[in-house]
Design a protein around this ligand. Structure first.
Ligand code: ZN
Ligand code: ZN
Length: 341
């Protein structure tokens, strides 16, 4: 393991444990420095004990680099590998094993921390056959949402990567903002070119329930929309769920063939259990998505799997248990249960 690989893995483990504090920032910084420093200089400094003279390398990261260069175990990494495992129940494991992909994740193109390729390589290591790249849409300026022009560039990059990573597939997509009136933050032309569209509310989360219901139903009914992202918008302990009438919204999801996302981010875990049970009763489809913004966060799907198992989400209604081809058929309106599996 090279020093860069060791530091990447440290950051990955801290991310999957949702550690975003000083320690993580310090390792991210050290990783940048290690990447920018020639390998022989790192080795010389490790031998001379002068790694910490490099701006951004502290005692902890210097030790990781030294131990990686020595070729033995990196003690801190071994410790992290053990204590940052994402919990998976026995019942949740049935769902996790059935998942073939992840439908919601971000790259550096919007507000993610990793390249598309790094996300894809991690998804491959996690056993996925595909992933859908869903960066943000332009209205979400704080997250560097993608304009039509940038999305065009991204589609070209994805096509190149798909050649390199085959048989793994990066499907194209977007997490498009649901605007205040329920229209979407990209036009039909763009949305119709993407493999999969997630629609999410990110603004005016506190609007009156009646208006929010109409807004969400309008988005869910849009023929381009395949998945309704983190439907309540809650942040556990920080932001209450939006108010809307879930009967209308879930009935619309079932009717218009839009899956209800089970968002796995630990601070979201959205929808809450009671709403998830309602969505099951309406016969909705589901997707269990990490909404990862870094490689480590791709490991969060077990959190949604545990919950899906707990409330009894029918496994055959989870669209990311499908193969990529069946998923694509499903987005075109074909339920795909014609023996394709
Ligand atoms: Zn979102
Ligand atoms: Zn997202």
């Amino acid at each position: 393991m090279t020093p860069v690989e060791a530091l990447e893995r440290v950051v990955h483990c801290l991310d999957r444990a949702h550690e975003s504090g000083f320690k993580t920032k310090a390792f991210v910084r050290a990783l940048d420095v290690a990447r920018a420093t020639p390998a022989d200089e790192l080795a010389e400094r490790a031998a001379a004990g002068t790694l910490t003279d490099l701006e951004g390398i502290g005692d902890s990261s210097a030790t990781v680099i030294q131990q990686a260069l020595a070729g033995g175990t990196v003690a801190y990494l071994t410790e992290l590998e053990g204590k940052t495992q994402v919990p998976l129940t026995d019942a949740g494991a049935v769902y996790r094993q059935a998942l073939k992909g992840d439908l919601h994740l971000h790259s550096r193109w919007s507000d993610g921390g990793a390249t598309i390729e790094a996300m894809a390589r991690t998804a491959i290591a996690l056993g996925h056959e595909y992933m859908v790249l869903t960066d943000h849409s332009p209205r979400l300026t704080v997250a560097h949402g993608l304009s039509v022009e940038r999305l065009e560039q991204q589609l070209a990059d994805v096509a190149t990567l798909n050649h390199q990573l085959a048989p793994f597939r990066i499907l194209t997509g977007i997490e498009v903002d649901i605007l205040e009136d329920g229209t979407l933050d990209h036009g039909d032309d763009m949305l119709s070119r993407l493999d999969l569209v997630i629609a999410s509310v990110h603004s005016k989360l506190r609007m009156a329930g009646k208006e929010m219901t109409e807004r969400m139903v309008r988005a869910v009914a849009n023929p381009h929309v395949d998945v309704l992202g983190h439907c309540t918008g809650r942040m556990i302990g920080k932001r209450d769920p939006s108010s809307f009438d879930p009967d209308y919204v879930f009935a619309a999801c079932a009717h218009f063939h839009t899956a209800v996302e089970i968002n796995c981010r630990p601070e979201r875990l959205d929808p809450p259990r009671d709403l998830l049970k309602m969505a099951i009763d309406y016969g909705c489809w589901f997707s269990i998505d990490s909404d990862a913004h870094s490689t480590g966060q791709l490991e969060w799907q077990p959190l949604g799997c545990n919950r899906a198992a707990e409330v009894g989400v029918p496994l055959d209604r989870v669209i990311n248990t499908f193969t990529a081809d069946r998923l694509l058929a499903w987005t075109r309106g074909d339920d795909g249960d014609d023996g394709a599996e």
